[in-house]
Ligand binder design. Structure first.
Ligand code: FAQ
Length: 310
């Protein structure tokens, strides 16, 4: 049965078609998808914190309503993604335990602080921008539930990016102080947003296999290149600059040459030692504990309903 399963799986991958939850799949495929999808879900949930920090201080009622809606969208993305991950067999409670106990990774970017209102602009423009560049190809991921979730997530993400860009545009055209605040936010988020694409290809242990399985469609460096090419143009419209004086397009290699990223910092951040890791996890544990009564009530209601049916 295993041999027939493998043959069927190989055929689906070769045709660039989709694997669905009930199909046979290699254990490694299940494992890498569970890792990537749950990490992605955790990122959405932890990623609510830097922006939630500014909801009460948004400069107008309109900005507040928009920011609240964006943060709620992120919760929704987390929920779709946990559901997609569960179809691979690991229950949500277990995935959540992995996050709360510090065993699971989530995106490095959310371990940086959001210091000013302009950071809401930089997060929308750069962080959501990087997220879209990374996630559009994932709409074609070979695992059905993941690819389908990505389609909807990307639609919402592109709205998020525009709202961030628009915040920065308004600040960049405001007073000198506002313009400076926008530039400072871009300066701080530029390098961490380039790191969202993961380590350079030579240090990316999962890329090759994930590409062979049609989960990833491009390498980390390829997607980082695309993103740099996008923001280089957009920053001109903002009237701001990227904090990368060496940045240039090399005609010969067809590559953007950007500054050397600080990969030691990246490693520290993804192993729990970034500026906000401790605070982010503590806040998440607290929120989980505060939600215990909801889980208890839902379980009691479900038990009652089951009894009625019986
Ligand atoms: N941060 O072999 P690779 C969002 C880990 S967007 C932390 O290259 P892979 C939207 C990697 O997991 C952010 N860890 O790995 C939003 C692996 O770990 P292992 C979320 C990272 O998987 C916006 C190890 O390093 N998006 O949330 C990072 O092939 C605004 C080796 O790396 C996604 O998750 C990193 N930056 O490629 C929300 C997208 N990079 O094996 C709120 C889906 C690498 O030790 C506000 N994920 N690692 O467990 C992916 O596309 C891939 O997983 C990559 C990494 C590209 C991130």
């Amino acid at each position: 049965a295993e041999r027939a399963g493998q043959a069927h799986f190989d055929e689906i991958i070769a045709k660039d078609s989709r694997i669905e939850p009930r199909d046979w799949m290699p254990e490694g495929y299940r494992k890498t998808l569970t890792r990537q999808i749950s990490q992605h879900a955790h990122s959405e949930i932890i990623g609510m914190q830097p922006e939630a920090n500014w909801i009460t201080r948004a400069p107008s009622l309109k900005r507040k309503a928009i920011l609240m809606a964006k943060v709620q969208d992120e919760a929704g993305h987390g929920l779709y993604l946990y559901s997609a991950a569960e179809t691979l067999g690991t229950p949500r409670d277990e995935l959540n335990d992995q996050l709360l106990s510090g065993r699971a990774k989530y995106s490095s970017i959310f371990n940086y602080p959001a210091r000013t209102w302009a950071d809401m602009g930089a997060i929308g423009w750069l962080v959501d921008g990087a997220a879209i560049a990374n996630q559009v190809p994932l709409c074609r991921a070979s695992y059905g539930p993941y690819g389908r979730a990505m389609v909807r997530v990307c639609k919402e993400e592109s709205f998020h990016q525009r709202q961030g860009f628009e915040i920065l545009l308004e600040l960049a055209n405001g007073s000198d102080q506002q313009k400076q605040m926008a530039q400072d936010a871009v300066d701080r988020f530029y390098e961490p947003s380039l790191m969202m694409f993961g380590p350079p290809d030579g240090d990316s242990p999962n890329s090759q296999q994930s590409m062979a399985w049609n989960i990833k469609r491009f390498t980390n460096d390829d997607l980082r290149q695309r993103f740099v090419g996008m923001i280089v143009e957009q920053v001109k419209v903002l009237g701001l600059t990227l904090p990368d004086p060496e940045l240039r397009f090399d005609e010969e290699s067809g590559q953007w040459i950007h500054k050397e990223l600080n990969w030691d910092e990246f490693k520290a951040v993804i192993s729990g030692n970034g500026p906000c890791n401790v605070q982010r996890l503590a806040r998440r544990r607290e929120a989980h504990e505060n939600g215990a009564w909801v889980r208890e009530a839902a379980a009691a209601y479900a038990a009652q309903q089951a009894e009625k049916v019986a």
